[in-house]
Design a protein around this ligand. Structure first.
Ligand code: AMP
Length: 542
């Protein structure tokens, strides 16, 4: 029809062009392996991305080829985030924390044509190479001089970039071209590939920057503690650039003392990470008496942030915490927990109830909760159902696989495997993963709700609740608890009394097992599968 809008392709090079035109002077700072800071600007990034595109062409990378990265969060990885898709190829971020077997599986499955390896991870990648073999192409960066390695055909990033031409015509004109590839953490079965397109990344970037979502602006300094090797670092490398926000990339030093140091020194306004990182940061803050007044919003994503921790950050440090929920399959941003104007009149306690939820769907994502029969459930704040989602940055199938009905409904919605309640004003509260729910005597018990409450107990540092088999009830909850160092003597009754105020009696865990540490998955979440295995093997002591 005449007079319609322009057919403007939503491609990643547009994001970079905008950052280069509007915010050429804005900084990108990376902590290097020797702890010094590397600093440059969006204008420098732009120039180097063009050169890197020429490098990729020179390496024989063809449109649609997968180019892998094995790297921490740093500026070279950022350059690859742009150059690989802008040269028409697919940026496959290998999750360095997968097992060697999974990494070998994923590399073979993706058929990566070149792998860019962070020198600080070289020996780790060599072990992967020992399993995959072949005479692939490998480019090493962050190395001081030549490296000794058993990888064949090794080239050096800086040599290639410094010799490359500055001119490059962006390659992609079709917004539906594949741009990024991330594999799920694969706690059950083989990891599955999720393929993002230019369009999905562009739209996700626009949504992430809305005021009702992360609302990044040119005034922000963003620290993605979330790794670039998982779920495209929550899209932050793209959304920060589009907003003109400065980026701080933590490199390989990821201990809480280093992260706190970066937040304070670099005047970070939006740090983004999983709750276990923020839990550690809170303890570090207490020890070091530092001030976080410049933080506008601390984003907790990837797992449920305990209500008590949100409250402590807000009350003791004046730091606003925002929950964000999402999955590799959802690009990942799906919901954020921002308070609405109609919450203004609520008490602090009631406001916290909403902040501790995973929040409302960001514009562009639709959510619904359904029962086992697939019927849509009411949003009444108490009915639990499986969360299903749809939208332009939600996957419609896995890489190289036919969409199965296990993960997709007949009407094309994605079955997340999360179980939640939703309030009538649309605030979703994840109560569990379907596989972590405790089904006791036909009733559902939320392990997440129990964990969150246990973690408000002053003697508890971390708590995970798992389902264990029970002859009479089918399943019963078992709590696995890490005590704070100064806890002293504790009894099971103390924990039961603490919980009974909040939950029906049949929800109370049958036992509380004390452990030194709760095992974590590749991305820092409680590894409940491993806890269940340890329990079955009699290694948990209950
Ligand atoms: P992954 O695809 O590895 O990033 O894992 C996605 C899963 O992490 C989701 O299905 C949720 O179970 C969990 N998750 C992500 N964000 C949150 C959050 N804010 N609160 C609770 N669970 C979360």
């Amino acid at each position: 029809m005449r007079g319609l809008m322009m057919d403007y392709p939503l491609t990643i090079d547009r994001i970079l062009e905008h950052a280069n035109r509007m915010y050429p002077h804005k900084r990108i700072s990376t902590r290097l392996p020797d702890s010094s800071m590397h600093r440059y600007t969006y204008a420098d990034l732009y120039k180097r991305v063009k050169r890197l595109c020429n490098v990729l062409v020179g390496l024989g990378v063809q449109p649609g080829d997968r180019v892998a990265t094995f790297a921490w969060n740093n500026y070279q990885h950022l350059e690859l985030y742009y150059a690989v898709p802008c040269a028409g190829a697919v940026c496959h971020t290998l999750n360095i924390r997968l097992s060697l077997e999974q990494l070998a599986y994923v590399t073979n499955h993706a058929e990566d044509s070149v792998v860019f390896v962070d020198a600080t991870l070289l020996s780790h990648f060599e072990e992967v190479y020992d399993l995959i073999g072949g005479d692939g192409k490998f480019v090493v960066f962050n190395a001081e001089g030549a490296v000794e390695t058993r990888l064949p055909n090794v080239l050096y990033y800086e040599d290639l970039v410094s010799q490359a031409d500055d001119d490059f015509e962006w390659e992609v004109t079709d917004e539906n071209t594949a741009a990024g590839l991330c594999y799920t953490s694969g706690t059950t079965g083989d990891p599955k590939g999720v393929l993002y397109s230019h369009r999905s990344i562009y739209l996700h970037t626009m949504a992430e920057n809305q005021a009702n979502a992360l609302g990044l602006s040119e005034r922000d300094v963003v620290l993605p503690v979330v790794p670039q090797f998982h779920s495209m670092a929550w899209g932050l490398p793209y959304s920060a650039a589009f907003a003109g926000a400065e980026l701080v990339l933590p490199g390989s030093e990821r201990d809480t003392a280093s992260i706190l140091d970066l937040i304070v020194r670099e005047r970070v306004t939006v740090p983004v990470g999983v709750p276990t990182v923020w839990d550690g940061l809170f303890r570090e803050l207490k020890r070091k008496h530092r001030n976080l007044s410049q933080v506008r919003c601390l984003v907790a994503c990837g797992a449920a942030m305990p209500r008590a921790l949100i409250a402590r950050f807000e009350q003791e440090y004046g730091v606003e915490v925002m929950h964000a929920w999402g999955m590799t399959e959802t690009s990942p941003l799906g919901t954020v927990s921002r308070l609405s104007s109609h919450h203004d009149e609520l008490s602090e306690h009631e406001k916290l109830d909403f902040k501790a939820t995973q929040g409302q769907a960001v514009p562009g994502v639709e959510i619904r909760i359904v029962n086992d029969e697939g019927d849509r459930l009411h949003w009444d704040g108490s009915t639990m159902g499986e969360v299903q989602v749809c939208g332009p940055w939600i996957t419609k199938g896995y890489f190289k696989e036919k969409p199965g009905k296990e993960r997709f409904t007949k009407d094309g919605w994605f079955r997340t495997g999360d179980v939640a309640t939703v309030t009538k004003d649309g605030y979703m509260q994840i109560t569990d993963r379907t596989k972590d729910l405790v089904r006791s005597g036909g009733e559902w018990i939320s392990s997440v709700a129990l964990e969150n409450e246990l973690m408000t107990h002053p003697k508890v540092q971390e708590a995970a609740v798992i389902a264990i088999r029970d002859e009479r009830w089918g399943e019963r909850p078992l709590a696995v608890v890490v005590l704070v160092p100064e806890a002293g003597r504790v009894t099971r009754e103390e924990f039961s009394i603490h919980l009974v105020e909040h939950f029906p009696e049949f929800w109370l865990p049958d036992d509380f097992v004390l452990v030194e540490e709760i095992p974590k998955t590749s991305v820092g979440k409680f590894d409940k599968k491993l806890l269940r295995q340890r329990h079955v093997a009699g290694e948990l002591g209950a």
